[in-house]
Write a protein that binds this ligand. Structure first.
Ligand code: ZN
Length: 293
């Protein structure tokens, strides 16, 4: 795997906070000579400090790097279990992201890094916790006879049951359920960005590119999934489809389409997190910090 690595840039002298020698941008290869550490690459916009040798993962504290290594392991495990049981994968991934997004002690963190890192940390954790509580609540409501699950399109779950304070007609469960998904997804997109920065800092060009492509895959898949939903409801509400087309054939085609897109997304994600794990494992081995196993 080492042959696929971008060459690690030699130490460039830093004088008065500026790069005083040749330093290749870790993102695009532009020569960052004479630029300030706090500046961004004029070609691709990546922060100069990320390309500077001092910001390489290989020189990060061992404890923190061990956390990344374990986080990468849990993330890989979460994607694996997400195929049969999505929400178990979601909860396991939140733990993985929690480990992956710890702040590196002693590092002056660029604002952009910090934004993606905190966004990933909060979004995935809050989203996953909400999803877990809502699903457990729904199971409890069904078990204790408060509610018939899937009795209609909405799970019309009002806090405290029928007659309790709540906004009549507003399906509290659905709203919270959607909100939790959105929260988790935003956290996830933020995490892909952050992991791309981690890959840059690991000096692995292929992994950096893989994260960028995966991010595009996710955005494309979300657009397609929501679009399919929208087209179906548009057709139904316009009255263009009815009868068995409305109740059987189109929903069936939609479900198959969704399954296909989700499977494609899963495969793409699996490839990248597996590679992330490989790079982290190799890095830990190379730096002699494998004792976290
Ligand atoms: Zn650049």
């Amino acid at each position: 795997m080492s042959s696929s690595r971008a060459p690690i840039t030699e130490i460039a002298p830093i004088v008065d906070g500026r790069i005083a020698g040749d330093l290749v941008c870790a993102e695009c290869g532009y020569n960052l000579r004479t630029l300030a550490l706090s500046a961004s690459c004029p070609e691709c916009g990546m922060l100069v400090v990320v390309s500077a040798r001092g910001d390489r993962l290989a020189s990060a504290p061992a404890d923190w790097l061990g956390g990344l290594w374990r986080g990468a392991w849990w993330l890989r495990a979460s994607v694996f279990v997400a195929l049969p049981i999505v929400y178990v994968g979601v909860c396991v991934s939140a733990y993985g992201f929690w480990l992956l997004t710890r702040a590196q002690p002693g590092r002056v963190e660029p604002a952009l890094d910090r934004g993606y890192r905190v966004g990933a940390r909060v979004g995935t954790m809050v989203g996953a916790a909400m999803l877990l509580l809502l699903l457990l609540g729904a199971v409890a409501a069904v078990l204790f006879g408060e509610q018939k699950l899937f009795g209609s399109w909405d799970i019309k779950w009002q806090p405290g049951g029928a007659g309790a304070p709540g906004i009549p007609g507003v399906p509290a469960f659905d709203v919270l359920f959607l909100f939790a998904h959105a929260m988790y997804l935003l956290g996830l997109l933020s995490a892909w960005r952050y992991l791309r920065i981690v890959a840059q800092r690991a000096g692995d060009r292929l992994l950096t590119d893989a994260w960028r492509r995966l991010e595009r895959c996710w955005v494309l898949a979300l657009v397609v999934l929501v679009g399919m939903f929208g087209v179906f409801f548009g057709l139904v509400s316009l009255g263009w489809v009815a009868g068995r087309w409305e109740t059987v054939w189109l929903p069936m085609a939609g479900a198959l389409g969704w399954a296909g897109v989700l499977l494609w997304l899963w495969a793409a994600t699996w490839r990248v997190v597996r590679r992330q794990w490989g790079v982290m494992d190799e890095l830990m081995g190379a730096t002699g910090r494998i004792d976290h196993r």
